[in-house]
Write a protein that binds this ligand. Structure first.
Ligand SMILES: *Cc1c(COP(=O)(O)O)cnc(C)c1O
Length: 412
């Protein structure tokens, strides 16, 4: 009776889960809906509705234009520092909320490449994974065309990601910048931040980490890794809401030398001097361009509160327990139906989601969405099970995987 023992184990795991109470902090936790997509769009914390309403009536409505001087101008730096502290192990003054992930990746990649090409005209290569998220791949293509750089594509197994051996073979004294995903959006493969950063540095390259699928679920230690640059989403595990702006990290040692290409007034040395020419500000301000999206960066603060309270170490422990439990359930319920695991089996090599592969998964996903069981689908044949540690229970995970099994049976 493997099935019955799974249900008992889920109940016991929820009862023993030190973070179980945090789930009630999210809208919808009381319903029977199964949410497996917190790695694409996190659930809203309940506190967020009141926070947004208060902002509209008191700050925007009450302070009006005075709000900029009183607090809003500082908000990208204040929230950035908090993300650095609770999620990135980054000392203050290195993280800022900016534009979308796509735009921030562009700005930092261009800044890093330009710096490297000026220092050494032979360094013209950008190393990037062939299976990286589309926006990352499209950006480097555009930047290479714009700057006369060359792309070095790292071919990877789609059930893994760029690892030490692959990176070691790809970098050379011609490498200017390496763009790496910390957790692969497709497979959930978790890269070794310390080791990969060291490999890039030995070749004289700068590293830009894409943290979209790790920030808020996997410990990131940018300062300890010796990372140069990083960008990450806030609407995934940080629950900032649809389209909430991304964060950028620039190690302090680079802030005086890197200059990004979107030179707007908000990145200038003296924002309100309205001077005749652009002079980049000191510190992280120079990586901003236009007026900060204040309304869009407010919601994520509720999850930063929860993360600070729980601690990223406890979040990672629960994340591993959830993905391990999901794999056990999948082995029992789905492997007999021909479903294969398309993620690393070793939890040390896996982030917060697992991908299950079967030819019927596209139809399975559509069927599940109609039943209020919400994973997502990624080619080829991949069903992604995102297990957001603060808002997902073990019972919910099992209920969802039982529904996946029924749907695979119905669609095969
Ligand atoms: C989600 C995600 C993005 C999204 O970029 P946007 O500019 O927010 O659309 C980029 N890269 C990775 C790896 C992602 O997972």
């Amino acid at each position: 009776m493997p099935h019955r023992s799974l249900r008992g184990d889920a109940t016991r795991a929820d009862a023993a889960d030190p973070l179980a109470a945090h789930r009630d902090a999210f809208v919808g936790a009381e319903t029977s809906l199964v949410y497996f997509d917190g790695n694409s769009l996190g659930r809203p914390p309940r506190a967020t509705a009141a926070r947004l309403s208060r902002f509209v009536s008191e700050e925007w409505g009450g302070r009006l234009i005075r709000g900029w001087d009183e607090s809003w101008m500082d908000l990208p730096f204040a929230i950035g520092d908090r993300i650095g502290r609770v999620a990135l192990c980054a000392a203050s003054g290195q993280t800022v909320i900016g534009d979308s992930t796509t735009v921030l990746l562009y700005k930092l990649l261009r800044a890093a490449l330009d710096f490297q090409m000026v220092a050494d005209p032979e360094r013209v290569e950008i190393v990037v994974g062939r299976d990286d998220f589309p926006t990352d791949r499209y950006l480097v293509e555009g930047i290479a065309a714009e700057r006369g750089a060359r792309l070095v594509w790292v071919d990877v197994d789609t059930t893994r990601g760029v690892d030490a051996d692959l990176l070691d073979a790809a970098v050379s004294r011609r490498t200017a910048v390496v763009l790496l995903s910390h957790v692969s959006y497709r497979s959930g493969f978790l890269a070794d931040g310390t080791e990969l950063t060291a490999i890039a540095h030995r070749a004289g390259a700068l590293v830009l980490w894409d943290l979209c699928h790790s920030a808020g679920s996997v410990p990131v230690e940018l300062d300890a890794w010796g990372a140069d640059l990083a960008v990450g989403c806030t609407y995934k595990y940080l629950n900032g809401g649809p389209g909430s702006p991304a964060f950028a990290y620039v190690a302090e040692r680079h802030q005086g030398t890197l200059v990004q290409p979107v030179q707007g007034w908000m990145g200038a040395a003296d924002v309100f001097s309205m001077g005749p020419v652009y002079r980049p500000a000191d510190g992280m301000r120079r990586f901003l361009s236009g007026t900060p999206p204040v309304l869009a960066m407010i919601a994520m603060q509720d999850t930063l509160d929860l993360l600070e309270e729980a601690g990223i170490t406890a979040v990672r422990e629960k994340s591993i327990a959830l993905t391990e439990f999901a794999l056990r359930a999948s082995d029992a319920l789905l492997t007999p139906l021909g479903v294969r695991l398309a993620s690393p089996r070793d939890p040390a090599e896996r982030g917060g989601h697992v991908t299950l592969s079967h030819p019927a998964m596209r139809a399975v996903t559509a069927r599940l969405w109609r039943q209020d069981v919400i994973p997502d689908y990624r080619d080829p044949h991949g069903l992604r099970i995102g297990l957001s540690p603060l808002s997902t229970s073990f019972a919910e995970t099992l209920t969802g995987l039982e529904a996946v099994a029924a749907a695979v049976r119905a669609e095969s």
